[in-house]
Design a protein around this ligand. Structure first.
Ligand SMILES: Cc1cc2nc3c(=O)[nH]c(=O)nc-3n(C[C@H](O)[C@H](O)[C@H](O)COP(=O)(O)OP(=O)(O)OC[C@H]3O[C@@H](n4cnc5c(N)ncnc54)[C@H](O)[C@@H]3O)c2cc1C
Length: 325
């Protein structure tokens, strides 16, 4: 470590906040992570992980645990591995919980942040915590960004949405052949990314895995506006399948026929279970990432369009940069 140990506050305990926190305690600092969600949350589909970078930051043992849900390696993408969001999140939580100088607090919503020349503070309910440095890892609707970049606080709606789901190969009305790696299909107004993931038991044998799918759609922006997920030029939140009007799901199901197998069956299966997520894609080009003792990381910093699968890979760069500074 090149500095005296600092007391670091991290707002947001999702993938970027956990990665940054682990990287900083490994540099000898004391870190408190404040996350508004509970420890166990049912959510997420899949994303891309650069396993070698994860090993560098987490160490071999924790990195292995974090990617244990990863699917078969896609040779066309070198060392990138598709992993389930939930598996990676769980692995990172466990790695964080194993660090004695790291405090992970869930169910803790930060309502305000501030700083002076010598310290930072966060207000969480009635509690006020102080520290030397504050990391804003609070996602694409970042509260911390309002203090770091007040002149440019909001990420803009990119004009298209993404539907995401995961289905088990063995549940599908389809018997193979199964895909070996990432498959990309373009039908004009729609784009589909399909990729195999390991099965719930870790199996990577074709027919026993899960299939992740990501369907980019620029024809349903109005649905997101009507349901308040997009307001003005700003994307506010995702929509879970149960929150969607049945006619939207029926319309999507009707259009699933444009995709070849096994993706058509995987998507139809997710629709049948009403188990998928729709998210408005937002974009943010930062003008400022640091102000005084506050720093932005992950989607709070750059939003490489949330849930396009690359957000975590970019967050790893932030964690490595923080650990090295
Ligand atoms: C539940 C969930 C599921 C996801 N699933 C996928 C997926 O399947 N595929 C994919 O590519 N990407 C997914 N993402 C997005 C992905 O995690 C990010 O794009 C990327 O990894 C960068 O993560 P992040 O930590 O910067 O942002 P995020 O993952 O958005 O995390 C921000 C965190 O900050 C917390 N937070 C926000 N405001 C406050 C506050 N005021 N006080 C305390 N905590 C706060 C949020 O609860 C959240 O946990 C998901 C994100 C979430 C939260």
């Amino acid at each position: 470590m090149r500095h005296d140990p600092l007391d670091v506050l991290v707002v947001g305990g999702s993938l970027a906040g956990l990665m940054a926190a682990i990287a900083l305690v490994r540099q000898g600092h004391r870190v408190t992570v404040l996350e508004r969600a509970p420890r166990h949350r049912p959510s997420g589909a899949s994303l891309v992980v650069r396993e070698a970078d994860l090993r560098t930051i987490l160490g071999a043992e924790h990195a292995r645990a974090a990617v244990r849900s990863a699917g078969p390696r896609d040779t066309r993408r070198g060392t990138d591995v598709p992993a389930t969001w939930a598996g990676l999140y769980e692995g990172l939580c466990r790695a964080a919980e194993a660090e004695p100088r790291l405090t992970l607090r869930h169910d803790t919503r930060v309502g305000a942040v501030g700083q002076d020349a010598n310290s930072v503070w966060v207000q969480a309910g009635r509690e006020r915590l102080a520290g030397d440095l504050l990391i804003g890892a609070d996602g694409h609707r970042s509260l911390v960004r309002r203090s770091v970049a007040p002149e440019h606080p909001d990420a803009g709606f990119a004009g298209y949405v993404l539907w995401l789901g995961v289905a088990a190969e063995r549940d599908l009305a389809y018997a193979g052949p199964w895909p070996g790696g990432l498959d990309i299909r373009d039908s004009g107004a729609h784009l589909l990314l399909g990729y195999p993931l390991a099965g719930p038991d870790g199996s990577t044998a074709p027919g026993r895995r899960r299939l992740g799918w990501a369907w980019y759609d620029r024809t349903r922006n109005e649905v997101f506006r009507e349901l308040g997920a997009v307001r003005g030029g700003v994307g506010h939140h995702s929509l879970r399948a149960p929150d969607l009007p049945p006619e939207v799901i029926d319309g999507l199901a009707g259009e699933a026929g444009q995709w070849p197998q096994p993706w058509r069956s995987a998507i139809t299966d997710s629709f049948g279970r009403v188990d998928f997520v729709g998210t408005p894609i937002t974009e943010y080009l930062p003008e400022r990432l640091v102000r005084g003792r506050m720093v932005l990381v992950g989607d709070a910093a750059h939003v490489p369009t949330p849930m396009t699968g690359r957000g975590f890979a970019t967050s790893l760069d932030d964690a490595a940069a923080l650990a090295g500074s």
